[in-house]
Design a protein around this ligand. Structure first.
Ligand code: GSH
Length: 336
């Protein structure tokens, strides 16, 4: 449970625990674990924003043919994420029912959070890493040999300082900021996080009013990280996490930016709003004790025109968009 991940301080603020298994897979194998085609399996859940980053990066970079993906269902219990969307309730490649089995294969005494995304070594079924922040940076850099033709550079050297700076602020105030609002155990840390969240969204609004993407003139890691929170905003963070100064759809610049990316191959085709709502409202019983999942909001607005083609920037620079996702990874089309 996410609340098990949180350590309370005296004001009962939500504090995210450090990543437990943070080994790296690198091109030269200097980390002890080398990038290899068809060896690892990326395990995600459609609901999870941290896992969503990895799914988007994999799509944009075209890693699907060399890095398979397992998809846990939206609900989990104290035995961890479960592959209940798969035939026989088991991941077809790893052969496991619960993701926790792969964590305990890596460390029989593993007692920290069993989280997605997790990169699992298919040769021994052990989790290599659940270090969500490093994972996508490594996809962009260490997995370069296996990128598709026309893949974008999501972490270009000349922009790294700027990307890192934005990512740091977005992580604290937005990505983790919504969780700090939602899981605040008392009024004061909630208000502090709420103010920091919307102040940051105001700053980002100003930045994105005159440019299509956050850094440089095409999509980077910074856009992926901001977007995974924006796309969940109206479905779960606005109500369930009390981030309700306004909906995303009432913030014109961010709403158009988020729609633009939703309609870009590799982004919207990773999103399943039903699974997102089922997870947040169904799993976080401490803040939604009934487990009732709201029917709204109507998601069809995501497909409306955004007008951001007029701004400086093109999605893939000199590269090309990815093709459609593999058949087995398609998400249901949006229905009102
Ligand atoms: N691994 C990261 C982030 C990933 C994360 O929190 N994933 C959530 C889903 S959005 C998760 O797997 N939660 C399961 C749990 O905590 O039991 C962390 O430990 O902070």
């Amino acid at each position: 449970m996410v609340d098990d991940q949180a350590q309370g301080d005296t004001k009962r603020a939500f504090v995210r625990k450090p990543v437990a298994l943070d080994r790296r897979v690198t091109a030269d194998g200097a980390s002890g674990i080398r990038v290899e085609p068809n060896r690892y399996r990326l395990v995600i859940a459609r609901a999870c924003p941290w896992a969503n980053r990895a799914a988007i990066s994999r799509r944009l970079l075209g890693l699907e043919p060399v890095l398979s993906m397992g998809i846990a269902g939206p609900l989990h219990d104290d035995r961890s994420w479960r592959f209940h969307l798969d035939p026989g309730d088991r991941d077809p490649v790893l052969g496991i029912e619960y993701l926790g089995e792969a964590y305990r294969a890596a460390d029989p005494d593993f007692s920290a959070g069993i989280t997605v995304p997790a990169l699992v070594d298919g040769t021994d079924g052990k989790v290599v890493t659940n270090g969500f922040a490093q994972l996508t940076l490594d996809f962009a850099t260490e997995w370069r040999e296996f990128h598709r033709d026309g893949a974008p550079d999501l972490y270009p050297e000349r922009h790294r300082a700027e990307i890192d700076e934005i990512n740091e602020a977005v992580y604290h105030d937005v990505n983790n900021g919504v969780y700090k609002c939602g899981f605040a155990g008392s009024q004061e840390p909630y208000e502090e996080s709420y103010r920091a969240l919307f102040a940051r969204l105001d700053v980002l609004t100003e930045r994105l009013a005159t440019r299509r993407y956050l850094v440089g003139d095409s999509i980077t890691e910074a856009d992926i990280r901001l977007w995974v929170t924006l796309v969940r905003f109206d479905s779960v963070y606005h109500g369930h996490f009390k981030c309700n100064r306004s909906t995303l759809s009432a913030m014109p610049v961010l709403w158009a930016y988020a729609r633009d990316l939703f309609q870009t191959p590799g982004f919207g085709d990773t999103i399943d709003f039903e699974q997102i709502k089922q997870h947040y409202y169904g799993v976080h019983r401490m803040i939604n004790p009934t487990g009732v999942v709201p029917l709204g909001p109507d998601p069809s607005g995501w497909l409306t025109a955004h007008g951001r083609e007029q701004l400086p920037g093109t999605p893939f620079g000199t590269g090309t968009p990815p093709g459609p996702p593999p058949q087995s990874e398609r998400v249901p089309p949006l229905t009102p």
